[in-house]
Design a protein around this ligand. Structure first.
Ligand SMILES: Cc1cc2nc3c(=O)[nH]c(=O)nc-3n(C[C@H](O)[C@H](O)[C@H](O)COP(=O)(O)O)c2cc1C
Length: 259
């Protein structure tokens, strides 16, 4: 059994390579915590890394659910620097009574459009050898390997440097993260790919409930007219958007749609 959280499909693609029984974290979070009890030989979590940590809804899902399993694993997909997440987050989960048997990271395309030009990121993709990494992770999981990826010093330094001066990526009601341009056609794709169900269409335009927004950029990347823009930091290329090439828009809607 593998649980997945995804905005642009990287973690969905990775999760599919690891287990056939795939469950959406976004959907499960709609259930009360008392009903989130899962039992399987092996249970995995696959999710993107946000600012060198788990996305907030993924942490909430793990902490608020019970997992009855002999083998609990976590895979963080990321794009550039993992900041030594595995050791740090595995220690935190263990301290909160959720020990992890296996924690690894998989480098994929970086979808952080507040920092990177997606067209440039696509050029780096072949070097990342995603399928080779996933084959190795799958072999580890099948062998029930016990392993927490060690944090290399360069990554720890990167993480610590970032934490001294982090981006302010979190939504505030009085300071919206996103702007909707006049090219919006009111199709509602943004609301259907949002894993948090925080976008409603009013008068043909998306309206955000920033209290629930996970800042995942699913809406921006999926907009067919590129009408949603990130506003707090200047995007390197507002015309370049990304979806994992093995994942369709319908796949993303199927795992994320809360409507
Ligand atoms: C808000 C945000 C923060 C991110 N932070 C990091 C980061 O600290 N380090 C990194 O290497 N990638 C970072 N990324 C990139 C994603 O972790 C990466 O592209 C991931 O594979 C996306 O998975 P998904 O397609 O399943 O959503 C970030 C992406 C977003 C949207």
């Amino acid at each position: 059994m593998v649980f997945c959280f995804t905005a642009t499909g990287n973690s969905l693609y990775a999760a599919r390579q690891l287990d056939d029984e795939l469950i959406s974290i976004a959907s499960e979070l709609r259930k009360p915590a008392a009903e989130r009890h899962y039992r399987a030989d092996a249970i995995g979590i696959v999710a993107p890394l946000y600012e060198f940590d788990l996305p907030r809804p993924v942490e909430e899902f793990i902490q608020g659910s019970t997992f009855d399993t002999d083998y609990f694993y976590v895979i963080s997909t990321y794009g550039m620097h993992n900041g030594g997440i595995a050791e740090r987050v595995a220690a935190r989960l263990e301290a909160s009574g959720r020990p992890v048997d296996y924690y690894n990271t998989v480098i994929m395309l970086d979808n952080a459009l507040n920092v990177f030009d997606m067209d440039e990121q696509r050029k780096l993709d072949p070097e990342k050898r995603v399928d080779e990494q996933l084959t190795a992770v799958r072999a580890d999981i099948d062998a029930r390997r016990r392993y927490i990826q060690p944090a290399i010093q360069e990554e720890v330094d990167f993480y610590e440097g970032y934490m001294k001066n982090p981006f302010d990526l979190h939504p505030h009601a009085d300071d919206p993260l996103y702007r909707v341009e006049d090219t919006c056609v009111g199709c509602g794709t943004c609301s259907r790919v949002c894993p948090m169900g925080c976008i409603r269409i009013e008068d043909g335009r998306p309206v955000y409930d920033y209290d629930r927004c996970a800042n995942c950029y699913a809406c921006i990347h999926a907009c067919p007219t590129k009408a949603i823009r990130y506003v707090r930091y200047e995007e390197p290329n507002p015309n370049a958007r990304y979806r994992n090439p093995h994942v369709t828009l319908a796949d993303l809607v199927a795992v994320n749609c809360q409507l």
